[in-house]
Design a protein around this ligand. Structure first.
Ligand code: BG6
Length: 279
């Protein structure tokens, strides 16, 4: 079953409930903010004090950072403008009792052209079954080439940040956004301080191991992965986040960032896809 719901403040979202999962996707930002495989805990973390309104990004879930990741285009807001833009629901299909698919679309408009002077079509296909698949396709409808950096900025719900390890990044080069240094990873990652790193040359699956569950993250159209946790000091200064919230999530962001930017020629497209499976 799929329903379009509306909060009293006008915030609209799609609620999906099929035989394999329940999920919620906001039209503002095409933001997946809940995905729960039946009989399992929430895959995604969402801040208890997040705003759910049409002009703000939800703190948690899967914000879409587009057409610029971080502050790589200083003319744009941090992480671009898609996460605060209103998408159109193009279709919802119940492929079978266990699988629902929907397409949300953002097209250039007066407001976007003022911020970023390119004509484009941005499609997010969300496939909801016993795994979650996000397919983000950027098409350049302009006459000039465009440069794209982006991320599916997934906040994974974890039992406790100290119980988490990330595997699959051994020997990968990375840029550390805290020290501004480039290094090479050795072994798996665990967390005991602020972490804000862009890994490069990431072609294989990444494994997030938590105390009681393991999540596989597979990306295509991307060779960069951002790993982020704000830890104590930064968390207490962040918007829409309780000071202790850093313990409850880790962000693994399927990205085209740093050296992995994309140049898209006119009438061409680039597709970034992320698949999340509980194993
Ligand atoms: C991460 C960045 O992707 O997003 C961090 O690497 C940043 O540096 C974080 O703090 C959250 O960003 P925002 O704009 O959602 O507060």
């Amino acid at each position: 079953m799929t329903e379009l719901k509306k909060l009293p403040n006008g915030f609209e979202y799609i609620e999906v409930n099929n035989d394999s999962c329940v999920a919620k996707i906001a039209l503002n930002g095409a933001h997946v903010f809940e995905y729960k495989k039946k009989l399992f805990q929430d895959l995604l973390w969402v801040s208890e004090i997040s705003d759910f309104s049409n002009d703000k990004a939800i703190r948690g879930g899967i914000p879409i950072c587009w057409p610029s990741f971080g502050s790589s285009n200083p003319a744009l807001p941090q992480h671009g403008f898609a996460r605060t833009s209103m998408f159109e629901l193009v279709f919802v299909t119940e492929i079978d009792a266990k699988t629902t698919q929907l397409l949300l679309r953002l097209v250039h408009n007066e407001k976007s052209l003022k911020l970023w002077n390119y004509k484009f079509e941005l499609d997010l296909i969300v496939t909801l079954s016993d795994r979650l698949v996000l397919t983000l396709k950027t098409t350049n409808l302009d006459t000039k080439e465009l440069k794209l950096t982006q991320a599916l900025h997934t906040y994974f719900n974890v039992s406790h940040i100290s119980d988490v390890s990330i595997e699959g990044l051994d020997k990968k080069p990375y840029f550390d956004a805290i020290t501004n240094k480039t290094r090479e990873q050795s072994g798996s990652i665990s967390f005991n301080q602020e972490f804000d790193v862009i890994f490069q040359n990431v072609e294989d699956a990444i494994i997030l191991k938590d105390k009681n569950r393991t999540i596989k993250i597979e990306n295509s159209g991307s060779s960069s992965l951002v790993v982020w946790n704000p830890w104590i000091d930064k968390c207490s200064k962040m918007s829409a986040m309780e000071p202790e919230a850093y313990k409850e999530f880790v962000c693994l962001e399927s990205a085209n960032a740093y050296d992995d930017f994309k140049i898209i020629q006119k009438n061409e497209s680039h597709t970034l896809q992320a698949t999340f499976t509980l194993i």
